[in-house]
Design a protein around this ligand. Structure first.
Ligand SMILES: Nc1ncnc2c1ncn2[C@@H]1O[C@H](COP(=O)(O)OP(=O)(O)OP(=O)(O)O)[C@@H](O)[C@H]1O
Length: 248
């Protein structure tokens, strides 16, 4: 980790199009470090596009994205930011250890990192197994383990718990908080509203705009809703529908 202590992410008036479609319509947000921040919203609202902008792989129309004090995509961020996409980014025909050893070499991280991330993601019993033969949850954890190599200061995780059973989901959220306790900043997307309560802070998105940036408790208080699903619906009812067609 470096000595950087400012906001993990600062986004200012970000506009992004994908193909001919305008996907993000002026998103402005700041994410404080050492927290698990949930990025929640319906399928197609622009969560992945926002995450791609943060990790610097998305062409933007206008606005700025500053990550750990540097413009998104700058080379010095490569080791400081870990990104897990929705589809597994590991090799099926290699074992867990072989995959992680490969990523360790690419990043130039220390040898001990492979064992450390295997332990952190509880994959010890499967270390010698081909990824092809793992369950969905185990594969998801291999992708996460790869992103943990080198202890990045910011982890950007795109729907890491999708398709996992409830026990595994709880375990993963526990791991996210353990990482945050050590000072890592995490941005975790989900379209499952009940995951909202597991986050320190919530960014609620719809149709390419941010509807709320709140703590889970603050969200319930400000909307008067009984749960986060209700709170989201209340916010939608309060927001003009002009971009609702952007959600699928
Ligand atoms: N390459 C592309 N070309 C054109 N449109 C795209 C492209 N990729 C994504 N889109 C559109 O951009 C919008 C936002 O997509 P994005 O993947 O960011 O949403 P999301 O909130 O992450 O959805 P999900 O929860 O389903 O992953 C969608 O309407 C999608 O159809």
């Amino acid at each position: 980790m470096t000595n950087y202590h400012g906001p993990a992410i600062i986004i200012d008036r970000l506009h992004v199009s994908r193909g001919r479609r305008k996907v993000l319509h002026g998103v402005t947000v700041s994410v404080e470090p050492g927290q698990v921040v949930g990025l929640l919203g319906p399928s197609g609202c622009g969560k992945t596009t926002l995450m791609r902008s943060i990790v610097g792989v998305q062409r933007i129309d206008s606005g700025t994205v500053t990550v750990l004090g540097s413009p998104a995509g700058t080379p010095n961020l490569r080791r400081r930011v870990g990104y897990v996409t929705q589809s597994a980014s590991v090799y099926d025909d290699l074992t867990v250890t072989q995959n992680l050893s490969y990523f360790r070499r690419v990043l130039g991280a220390e040898r001990g990192e492979v064992d450390r991330v295997i332990e952190a993601t509880d994959l010890g019993a499967h270390a010698s197994q081909l990824v092809d033969t793992l369950s969905g949850g185990q594969r998801a954890r291999v992708s996460l383990a790869a992103a943990l190599i080198g202890s990045p200061e910011l982890l950007v995780l795109d729907e890491p718990t999708v398709g996992l059973d409830p026990v595994l989901r709880v375990e993963l959220w526990r791991l996210f908080h353990a990482l945050a306790d050590e000072g890592t900043s995490l941005l975790v997307s989900s379209h499952v509203m009940d995951e909202a309560t597991r986050c320190d802070r919530l960014l609620l998105m719809r149709g390419g705009v941010l509807l709320a940036d709140e703590t889970p408790t603050g969200l319930l208080e400000s909307t008067g809703a009984a749960d986060t699903e209700d709170a989201f619906l209340t916010l939608i009812a309060r927001t003009p529908r002009k971009r609702a067609e952007d959600d699928s």
